[in-house]
Design a protein around this ligand. Structure first.
Ligand SMILES: C[S@@+](CC[C@H](N)C(=O)[O-])C[C@H]1O[C@@H](n2cnc3c(N)ncnc32)[C@H](O)[C@@H]1O
Length: 87
């Protein structure tokens, strides 16, 4: 017997399930969702992980940008969250 359970939950609703301690996001891009994590969870520590590089993927989307654009995104994210870097 196969049972299918459908969970209809948005990413923002999901934030309510996160701990307020240490949180990590893998795949940060420009930090839009990271901003929401800070707003909704105010985590003690937030680890932001991204290659910020042009990599081969099996799919393409608007976040798959060239190396120069990824470098700019990295600098943008560093600056965007600079107030939090010492926390
Ligand atoms: C869809 S974007 C992330 C958007 C972001 N989570 C948000 O909602 O604002 C995907 C990101 O994942 C990164 N990425 C893809 N593969 C990765 C990997 N293997 N390790 C780390 N980052 C990766 C890409 O560089 C890209 O910035």
């Amino acid at each position: 017997m196969k049972i299918t359970i459908e969970i209809n939950i948005s990413r923002v609703n999901m934030l309510e399930l996160l701990p307020n301690g240490n949180v990590g996001e893998i795949g940060v891009a420009k930090g839009d969702f990271a901003e929401l994590i800070i707003k909704h969870n105010n985590p003690k520590k937030l680890f932001l992980v991204d290659v910020w590089d042009n990599i081969e993927m099996s799919y393409s989307d608007s976040n798959m940008v060239d190396k120069n654009s990824q470098n700019k995104r990295y600098d943008y994210v560093l600056n965007k969250f600079s107030d939090y870097s010492s926390k």
